[in-house]
Design a protein around this ligand. Structure first.
Ligand SMILES: [Zn+2]
Length: 478
């Protein structure tokens, strides 16, 4: 009898204790890594440390693993090193970012296969003709007695009345996408099935705030896409975070539960630059990929530093004019992604960092007026610079009251450009599509990337010594 009493007591005590037991869940998160692997040795050491000190640690990707580092993006098996490193860190879950589609579905299917962690997404419907499988919209799993649900969504935008993520449209063929917030709202019922309800959203901070407003069922939103540093913002009692981009930060969300009830949730931002320790295995792996990349190949030398958008843009456009035998070429400033080409060896890696966009060159036959209409796009009121860098011409924009009053266009001899001639004009596909200008000729896409035209030019030149020159000027009229 006494024994039975003690047994009963023990059972009651144990069940009371279990409902009041405190549990901590730590979620480490990175978003928008964009293949910038260089800091992964530090991130790995930090993840190791947190795992060694805590029982319940999750590591989550907020999307956009790819696009932004030629060592990964131009690896013969596109993106392979990125997933290899993420596997070694032991990521648990990820969401599709819009840039996950950039390599095409063939490579994406291989990367999904390679990853030891599932990529989730609720707002996409994959048809049978697509090369990837339908992802799970969410997961529910048990961690230390706590039921956790992760619901994932990806950013979309309206392109020609079709919702697609921001990537090359042909790369998302045979996949339908839906508005992420509206989709997430259809999953409100998951609240009943879990203790901790997480939205893993690659939708951007604007959409995340709206989601938090409309869906208080969520406990936290781990965000991405807008490259924003969101240091634990609370909207409608939902804790939102985002770690900017390029592995500059790690997000650390700590959830404390009593029994299965959340009693505290907090977010800390970990500055990766301030971390000292490195995981040696990951460091060696990163070094290996930089060592063995064929992009280290030196293609030419420069006798001087080539610094600034103007000088680098001159080189890029000179290359297009020379290699394709054209009269004039244009390069937009936003497409120039490094500040300096350093004196000495120029490698392929430098060129693909300078121009990572894989834009083909488009050829237009244009007259003077059409060129003039394109150059009107070039004036940037706020920053007072001319956006379009040129070869074959130079030009001066005369601005009055923040508007273009006139443009003087000169040929390479410094004479005013002949108004009665037709010119063969080359520009990258981005300018051709994104800038509004008059052109009777529809344009012809040449089968060469702007970056490859530059590579070809540098290989021909072997050594360059470009002079500083100012082909674009802005003059203010009063
Ligand atoms: Zn994105």
């Amino acid at each position: 009898m006494k024994k039975l009493f003690y047994l009963l007591f023990a059972i009651i005590f144990a069940s009371c204790a279990s409902t009041t037991k405190e549990t901590q869940i730590i979620i480490l998160s990175t978003n928008d890594m964009h293949a910038k692997i260089k800091d992964y040795a530090k991130v790995a050491a930090y993840v190791d440390k947190v795992r060694s000190e805590n029982k319940n640690v999750l590591l989550i990707s907020g999307g956009d693993m790819f696009t932004g580092n030629p060592v990964i993006d131009r690896h013969e098996d596109k993106g392979y090193p990125m997933i290899e490193i993420m596997n070694k860190l032991g990521y648990d879950y990820g969401v599709f970012g819009n840039h996950e589609f950039d390599y095409g579905q063939n490579f994406l299917a291989k990367r999904i296969q390679q990853a030891n962690f599932p990529l989730l997404c609720a707002n996409m419907k994959v048809s049978e003709q697509a090369l990837i499988n339908q992802p799970e919209p969410y997961v529910i799993f048990n961690l230390d007695g706590i039921k956790i649900c992760i619901l994932a969504t990806v950013q979309v935008e309206n392109i020609n009345n079709k919702l697609i993520p921001d990537t090359y449209p042909e790369r998302v063929q045979n996949i339908d996408f839906f508005q992420p917030v509206e989709t997430a709202l259809e999953y409100k019922y998951l609240r009943e099935k879990c203790d901790l309800f997480i939205s893993l959203s690659h939708d951007g901070i604007h959409e995340d705030s709206i989601l938090a407003q409309k869906m208080p069922e969520l406990d936290i939103i781990i965000g991405g896409h807008s490259h924003t540093l969101v240091n634990g913002m609370v909207v409608n009692d939902v804790l939102i975070s985002q770690t900017e981009c390029y592995l500059k930060y790690i997000g650390k969300t700590t959830i404390t539960l009593k029994g299965t009830k959340i009693i505290d949730k907090k977010f800390e931002i970990i500055n990766v630059a301030a971390l000292q320790d490195e995981n040696e295995e990951i460091k060696a792996l990163i070094n290996k990929y930089y060592e063995e990349t064929p992009l280290k190949e030196v293609i030419a030398k420069t006798k001087v530093n080539i610094t600034g958008k103007e000088n680098i843009g001159n080189l890029m456009t000179d290359a297009i004019v020379s290699v394709l035998n054209l009269d004039i070429a244009f390069q937009n400033s936003g497409g120039i992604r490094i500040d300096t080409i350093r004196e000495g060896d120029i490698s392929l890696l430098t060129i693909y960092e300078l121009d990572p966009f894989d834009n083909q060159v488009v050829l237009f036959e244009m007259n003077y007026d059409e060129i003039f209409s394109l150059l009107k796009n070039s004036y940037r009121k706020t920053s007072k610079y001319a956006d379009l860098k040129t070869a074959g011409i130079s030009y001066t924009i005369k601005a009055k009251n923040g508007e273009v009053a006139d443009i003087e266009i000169y040929d390479t001899n410094g004479n005013l450009l002949d108004k009665n001639k037709k010119y063969k004009v080359g520009m990258n596909a981005y300018i051709a599509a994104a800038y509004k200008f008059d052109h009777v000729d529809a344009g012809k896409t040449l089968n060469i990337l702007a970056s490859d035209a530059l590579i070809e030019y540098l290989k021909q030149q072997k050594e360059i010594n470009p002079k500083e020159s100012d082909r674009t000027k802005i003059e203010k009229l009063n």
